[in-house]
Design a protein around this ligand. Structure first.
Ligand SMILES: [Zn+2]
Length: 623
């Protein structure tokens, strides 16, 4: 399908900045990331709990009580018929998988806006005059009169596509200079870039670790500022009990990956090695896998999806979105990392007369750093990309609080509306991810408007764009909120709330969250009614209370303070210190596949999850 072009600058450029220019920070927005590097720090924080602790976090209600009168009418509007009616349209082929900045998404957004209007929800998006204009980072948009607003909040994205690049290696050996060029997608992978180029000398920094506790410093007497740092992944002594990095759990967890990498749990467990190195301001980090052979890297580069009837092989066109003016779509602000093969590493190290494995073995044998300044070795990374600006929308509506003293306080109920779009004839309907959470927002909005008892605090209903591209819509919102963000007292997030667990998906979650005694636990839990609730300290009481009227089996996970929560839009609110509740049901093998479709949904679980949202938010709004 041909896409209508949005009339904004469309730039295709290659800039070759040779010499010292790379030192200039402003030029320095190059972003090169390798597919499997993304899984570094991608695990959910492994928090081993005892079976007893686990039980404390379970809320198992078998016989729900009657919903109190104050909330009954609203709650009763949330029925399986109603939620499924909304979900059937939102996840239909007509919307083409609701990709950010696509026509399908815009239709979905207009649909939600008309429902809001029909139900008497007030618009909380942009004022028509403010559309497209630059607005301050912190100023609330609450000053305008309601009549001027629309339901849409425009978000402009920088779209980068067709990324490719080369890596040119110049090695001076004696009087000779040898040049070789490597190609992205063959020798290394370049995920995204803003069409820049850099040339810098290379430094081999061993494992790239400075760790007092282990009495280890790969950077001693090494200046890496503005240079390209070549390192090995992980840490020395992976299989050596004498290694200082095997000393305690903390070091092991930081440097050796233990938990299974889960794509969905994009949270971090404290500063990683890469973030530590970034503080030294190198131009780029290139990494060689500590263990493993080149062929695994080649396989990764050529990787497509597993073949099965429901999982067609789809090579998706590479397209990345970011908020203009922010450095990293990953949010970490750390130096870009490329993972390279041993073949390139050996070429880079040629002037030393040693291979990467020689150097590694020396470090491993002596358990001592052995960094080298590679004089006469220089890399030039050049990338090309199509970069343009595109726009999309958050959908925002509200019900004003009824209490004059409390109406300034806002409770936001949200979920991401975007999904993965389509690829050729294949459409990613995203019924569960996150048609379900979007319906949760709409169904709650309807329940609040119908319920005779009104909320004391203001409730804002939000459907986010750009979540699949890095939580972009919600990040934009917290920087451009309806009213100053410190007035937002709670955020309720829903992401994938419609699929029931089976034994397989439950076991997978058990591994992810490190449940002890998974089998025994499974006997106690009604898998068809099981929902995970992540929350900020202090919000569990209202969840427990609300569930008395819903009858779900809940697993409560309190957010660990100081840890950056990831994975969904609650992280945007957490980053500006807004307390949150975040519900999620089963993660199945249909996750991010074309098979995530409406007929797989458990309408009973889905409806209960929507009711829980309404009841928790109502309680929070009237506390
Ligand atoms: Zn999602």
């Amino acid at each position: 399908m041909k896409r209508k072009k949005i009339p904004l600058p469309n730039v295709k450029k290659v800039i070759n900045l040779l010499g010292g220019l790379f030192m200039k920070k402003s030029f320095f927005t190059i972003l090169l990331v390798v597919v499997f590097v993304l899984s570094i720090g991608a695990q959910s924080p492994p928090q081993k709990q005892s079976a007893e602790e686990m039980e404390k976090n379970l809320v198992l209600v078998d016989k729900p009580q009657a919903v109190p009168d104050s909330m009954r009418v609203g709650c009763e509007t949330i029925t399986a018929d109603n939620t499924m009616a909304l979900l059937t349209f939102i996840s239909s082929d007509l919307l083409d998988g609701r990709d950010t900045a696509s026509r399908g998404y815009k239709i979905a957004a207009e649909y939600a806006a008309s429902l809001f209007k029909l139900w008497g929800i007030k618009p909380a998006g942009d004022m028509p005059s403010a559309r497209g204009r630059f607005r301050g980072m912190t100023r609330g948009t609450g000053g305008a009169t309601q009549a001027q607003r629309t339901f849409l909040q425009e978000v402009v994205f920088r779209e980068t596509s067709d990324v490719s690049g080369t890596m040119k290696l110049d090695t001076r050996i004696g009087a000779q200079v040898k040049s070789r060029t490597f190609q992205s997608g063959v020798d290394f992978s370049m995920r995204s870039s803003t069409a820049e180029s850099l040339t810098a000398p290379v430094v081999f920094a061993g494992y790239g670790i400075t760790e007092k506790e282990a009495k280890w410093d790969d950077f001693k007497n090494l200046d890496v500022k503005g240079k390209i740092v070549l390192i090995l992944s992980e840490a020395p002594g992976k299989d050596n009990p004498k290694s200082p990095f095997q000393k305690n759990k903390k070091l092991k967890e930081k440097y050796f990956r233990t938990a299974p990498a889960m794509r969905m749990a994009r949270s971090s467990r404290g500063p990683s090695k890469i973030q530590d190195i970034s503080k030294r301001e190198p131009a780029l980090i290139i990494q060689v896998q500590n263990t493993g052979k080149d062929d695994t890297i080649y396989k990764q580069l050529a990787a497509t999806r597993r073949i099965s009837d429901e999982r067609p092989i789809i090579t998706r066109p590479r397209r990345r979105l970011s908020l203009p003016g922010r450095t990293s779509p990953m949010g970490g602000g750390s130096t870009p990392v490329i993972t390279i093969t041993r073949e390139i590493a050996n070429a880079i190290l040629e002037s030393t007369g040693k291979t990467i494995d020689d150097l590694k073995n020396t470090i491993e044998k002596n358990l001592k750093p052995a960094s080298i300044n590679l004089r006469g070795t220089q890399l030039t990374i050049t990338s090309t990309a199509k970069v343009k600006l595109v726009k999309c929308y958050n959908v925002l509506g509200l019900i004003e609080g009824s209490d004059p003293d409390l109406k300034d306080e806002v409770i936001v109920i949200g979920g991401h509306y975007d999904h993965l779009g389509r690829s050729g004839d294949y459409i990613f309907n995203g019924a569960d991810d996150n048609g379900s959470g979007s319906v949760g927002v709409l169904a709650s909005a309807r329940a609040f408007t119908v319920n005779p008892v009104k909320p004391k605090r203001t409730i804002l209903f939000a459907l986010w764009t750009g979540e699949e591209k890095g939580l972009l819509g919600s990040r934009y919102y917290v920087m451009n909120p309806y009213s100053p963000i410190d007035k937002t007292v709670m955020y309720f997030n829903m992401d994938m709330i419609s699929r029931a667990y089976d034994e397989q998906s439950f076991a997978r979650m058990g591994r992810m969250f490190q449940f002890p005694g998974g089998k025994d636990l499974m006997k106690k839990i009604r898998l068809s009614d099981f929902l995970t609730v992540n929350f900020t300290k202090g919000l569990d009481d209202i969840v427990r209370e609300a569930n008395q009227y819903v009858g779900l089996h809940l697993f409560l996970r309190e957010a660990v303070e100081g840890r950056r929560g990831g994975g969904s839009d609650h992280a945007s609110f957490a980053s500006v210190k807004v307390p949150y509740v975040y519900t999620m049901a089963a993660m199945t093998s249909d996750y991010h596949q074309t098979s995530d479709s409406v007929e797989k949904v458990s309408k009973e679980l889905f409806t209960k999850a929507c009711r829980l949202t309404f009841l928790v938010s109502f309680a929070a709004a009237n506390k």
